[in-house]
Design a protein around this ligand. Structure first.
Ligand code: MG
Length: 488
């Protein structure tokens, strides 16, 4: 696509309307000026809900992708391991991982074998539906889904398997790429397959490599996959100095190579409680599953009843109910950080009243895009065109010439939306928004986390008593500073 064709087309038409073109230029320059006035802090912590750190006495952490920040090489490792485990035609193993193909939070239609992005109103985003790595035309999407609405009953049915699955966990980006590559391979080679079987085969293969992968991350290999995170020790030491308690709950087996690599041999001294094999989200919802003690030296789990937690020991399984009973901790004094919106944060927010922090690594890349000149240019053109449409459409609908102009402006708006989307990811755009709505992913992120950030150590930029206040957003019926500002 020529990035300017839409705008030029409009401007050519607009040239017959000197007042409109003047207004367009004014709007664009004002909007761009406002955007360029400030940059978004890539190391910021962003509140969805008011949170006073002075009230937090206990900090809890997930491990993978929360304390441990992995390099992109881990996605290649996951992709290649899953591809090998999959007992599929040999040609599949020669398909390369394409890191920029997918984003986290996409939905997969298990019956139709389609990948798509859905917004917070369950609407499919046009231009973001793929069979394999081939984009499906809007016409075909409408033929399959009618009004482009996806019912919640397809995603979370009461009594049966879902027909649609959101791919949201830590392995989802390589998993989506493998699903797409295998689908494309089957389609290109006219190999008959059942999308549902393909989906569950890939998903089972992904599940099966968890222990294998953690076993591979030994002292020698860990540096190839894990980022050295020098600020992590500083962050944890600062919390300890402030007399905060700290605990770790991970679904992974016990393997301390990563923590040793990031913090050193004495890392366990920083934590009051370490729980492995927790099986989240079951850990947060089940009531009856006893804690067991894990014996590090012999790699065995012991059989004695756990009635208290000791600082230098490691525990496994258990439930959040027993955790609170044994420790006497209160939920609203605990801030728990995780990268998985559903398995780490949702139940804690909905049922236990813990405060929650989401660690979303994609935020860094998205904020860098928001701060780019390309984005400022595209979004100011888009908003200026949109503002023209909103303000003048009533008048334009009065005659044929006006109607033609409106049609051109709407066409240009679509091209500018596409250009803006592609700045984040050419296929699926931003993980946080469709053109004008939050995504299904971000609506849940905002609901289930009090704060969110790209890395947990970004909290070092704030004091241990910082009060996070969410931005007062404007409801659609309230007076917006922006629209007032733009009035001529
Ligand atoms: Mg994790």
């Amino acid at each position: 696509m020529s990035s300017d064709c839409g705008v030029n087309r409009s401007l050519k038409t607009l040239s017959n309307y000197p007042q409109l073109i003047q207004h367009y230029d004014y709007l664009k320059s004002v909007i761009k000026g406002k955007i360029n006035e400030s940059t978004v802090d890539v190391n910021g912590v962003y509140p969805n809900n008011e949170l006073n750190l002075a009230d937090i006495e206990i900090y809890g952490f997930d491990y993978d992708y929360t304390l441990a920040v992995y390099k992109e090489s881990i996605d290649y490792l996951i992709y290649n391991l899953v591809s090998k485990v999959l007992q599929y035609p040999i040609g599949i193993h020669q398909l390369d991982y394409v890191p920029e193909f997918a984003i986290r939070g996409l939905h997969y239609d298990i019956e139709n074998g389609l990948l798509m992005k859905i917004d917070s109103f369950h609407q499919i985003q046009k231009g973001s539906v793929y069979r394999g790595i081939t984009k499906i035309s809007d016409k075909e999407v409408e033929k399959i889904y009618g009004d482009l609405y996806i019912s919640q009953s397809l995603i979370r049915p009461e009594n049966s398997y879902p027909k649609m699955k959101q791919l949201i966990d830590l392995f989802s980006v390589p998993e989506i790429c493998l699903l797409a590559n295998v689908t494309e391979y089957f389609n290109q080679n006219n190999i008959s397959y059942h999308p549902e079987i393909l989906f569950y085969d890939v998903q089972n293969a992904v599940q099966s490599i968890h222990p294998l992968m953690h076993g591979m991350l030994d002292e020698e290999k860990i540096k190839d996959y894990l980022q050295n995170h020098p600020q992590l020790q500083e962050f944890l030491l600062r919390l300890k100095k402030a007399n905060k308690k700290m605990f770790l709950i991970t679904n992974s087996p016990y393997n301390d190579c990563g923590m040793k690599y990031m913090i050193g041999d004495g890392w366990t001294d920083l934590f009051d409680l370490i729980i492995v094999h927790a099986r989240k989200p079951k850990f947060f919802v089940q009531e009856h599953r006893p804690f067991r003690q894990y014996h590090r030296e012999t790699d065995c789990h012991l059989w004695e009843q756990v009635t208290k937690f000791e600082k230098d020991k490691v525990y496994m399984e258990g439930t959040v109910k027993q955790l609170l009973e044994i420790t006497g901790w209160k939920g609203n004094n605990i801030l728990y950080f995780g990268d998985q919106i559903y398995s780490d944060l949702a139940d804690l927010t909905l049922y236990h009243g813990w405060r929650t922090g989401a660690v979303i690594k994609e935020l860094e890349k998205e904020i860098n895009t928001l701060n780019s000149e390309d984005f400022a240019e595209a979004i100011s053109e888009l908003q200026a065109i949109q503002q023209l449409i909103e303000e003048h459409q009533k008048r334009m609908e009065n005659d044929a010439r006006g109607k033609d102009l409106l049609k051109c402006l709407l066409h240009d708006r679509d091209l500018l939306r596409k250009r803006t989307k592609e700045l984040f990811n050419p296929q699926f755009g931003s993980i946080f928004r469709t053109h004008h709505n939050p995504t299904y992913f971000s609506r849940r992120l905002f609901r289930y986390s009090d704060i969110y950030t790209a890395q947990v150590t970004n909290l070092l930029n704030y004091s241990v008593n910082h009060l996070f206040c969410p931005r007062r957003g404007f409801l659609p019926h309230e007076r917006s500073v922006t629209s007032k500002f733009l009035e001529k």
